[in-house]
Design a protein around this ligand. Structure first.
Ligand SMILES: [Zn+2]
Length: 238
């Protein structure tokens, strides 16, 4: 994905961050036919006291405010969200189109936004729950296509979650996988070997049963070999 940098006017953004990035906030430009570059140039030229880190359109992404600085994209007199503020978030604006009196996002714009957010989540070690709409932060109807159509927003988050593999997600999925495998029945072909292993005490069950479909760790392997050699069994590991 193409990312072009068009630095915004210093007057449009805040100082360097003092808080870590904890949220990514999605907005729409409320434009019809505007491009990411148009927006980048506008904020580079006009002092309007507002800004965003990124603008996204069908063709790619424009970086406006450097990530290490605070952008003014979701400030408000009062908030719906308990913690998300300008100081701990990154603002991402999606260029919109208007059709039949409603704002929409082109599929390519959505695709580019997903790629950008996926990269940011990975870089900051955040899960998909860190992605909010401006609406979730302050109640403003922004981004309209994702506020008018709750289903579209859910689908967007699900797509993002599918692409996002944090360490936490991986560990949880691995635990689920191992738990499911532990319940799986072993094949008939290993019946004789299993009966022998259980009879001789080479392999002993635990609270999860014999768990024949779970992998063996190196630790468990040497314990099995040790038992086979005639050593005294050590605890419950097999
Ligand atoms: Zn907004």
């Amino acid at each position: 994905m193409k990312v072009e940098t068009i630095p915004c006017l210093p007057a449009n953004c805040g100082a360097e961050r003092t808080e870590p990035v904890a949220y990514l906030v999605v907005h729409y430009t409320a434009g019809d036919g505007d491009t990411a570059r148009d927006n980048g140039r506008y904020f580079a030229r006009c002092a309007v006291g507002a800004s965003a880190h990124y603008f996204v359109d069908e063709g790619g992404v424009v970086a406006s405010v450097p990530e290490k600085r605070v952008a003014w994209h979701c400030g408000a007199p009062s908030y719906r969200h308990r913690a998300c503020r300008n100081g701990n978030s990154i603002g991402v604006e999606l260029c919109s189109r208007r059709a039949a009196g409603r704002y929409t996002f082109a599929p390519e714009t959505v695709k580019n936004a997903l790629a950008l957010l996926q990269g940011l989540l990975g870089r900051y070690g955040l899960g998909v729950e860190a992605v909010l709409r401006h609406y979730d932060v302050t109640g403003k109807i922004c981004p309209a296509p994702f506020v008018d159509d709750q289903g579209a927003w859910q689908a967007f988050l699900e797509e993002l979650e599918g692409r996002t593999m944090t360490q936490e997600t991986f560990a949880r999925q691995m635990d689920d996988y191992r738990a499911a495998q532990a319940q799986a029945a072993p094949g008939a072909w290993s019946a004789e070997a299993r009966a022998w292993a259980e009879e001789t005490g080479l392999l002993r069950g635990d609270s999860g049963g014999m768990r024949y479909k779970n992998p063996v760790t190196r630790e468990e392997l040497v314990e099995i070999l040790y038992r086979m050699r005639g050593g005294m069994p050590h605890g419950d590991a097999e």
